[in-house]
Design a protein around this ligand. Structure first.
Ligand code: GDP
Ligand code: MG
Length: 160
């Protein structure tokens, strides 16, 4: 249909969401994925992954001059993470709201960090801060062919 043709030409917003090693170790993988699933975003990529120091440093390159950078890299590489690509209109800003403030003590109840974490240095989850960074980070963490093109049967019940 015209609608399908129009929609397939649109660039749909994507966010890179990552469950950090503490989230994996604490058994929060299902809980965290569930928040995004229930909200109604579309899962386009998912893997458990042990990342290298190089990749962690590239991902967080904007923070390389911060005093906490070395401990941040140690934390992110300390065990497997869960890498995800989520898609939908407004997904980047909405995911940031679902995740909550960087410092879990300041994160609102009902957010992932507000409900499940206590310290900035162990704040269980990452979410891209802009659509451009969403693209950059998904390209960084996923290889060609690791994302799935699919349509959810829920879509007509989520968007009019
Ligand atoms: P985010 O976008 O909410 O994740 O926050 P930032 O982009 O500012 O920082 C990236 C990540 O670095 C955070 O999620 C924390 O894991 C870590 N981080 C930021 N600030 C601090 C800090 O002051 N101390 C420590 N230990 N880690 C920090
Ligand atoms: Mg950030």
């Amino acid at each position: 249909s015209m609608l399908t043709i129009w929609h397939s030409n649109m660039e749909v917003e994507q966010s890179y969401i990552m469950i950090k090693p503490d989230g994996v170790q604490r058994g929060l993988v299902g809980e965290i994925i569930s928040r995004f699933e229930k909200k109604g975003f579309l899962l386009k990529g998912l893997k458990l992954f042990q990342c290298s120091k190089d990749l962690a440093q590239e991902h967080y390159k904007d923070l390389k001059d911060k005093p906490f950078f070395p401990t941040l890299i140690e934390y992110i590489t300390s065990g497997p993470v869960v890498c995800m690509a989520w898609e939908g209109d407004g997904v980047v800003a909405s995911a940031r709201k679902l995740i909550g403030a960087t410092n879990p003590l300041q994160a609102e109840p009902g957010t992932i960090r507000g409900d499940l974490a206590v310290q900035t240095g162990r704040n269980v989850v990452h979410g891209s801060d802009s659509p451009d960074n969403g693209k950059r980070e998904i390209a960084l963490w996923f290889k060609e062919g690791e994302l799935c093109q699919w349509e959810s049967v829920q879509t007509p019940w989520l968007v009019e």
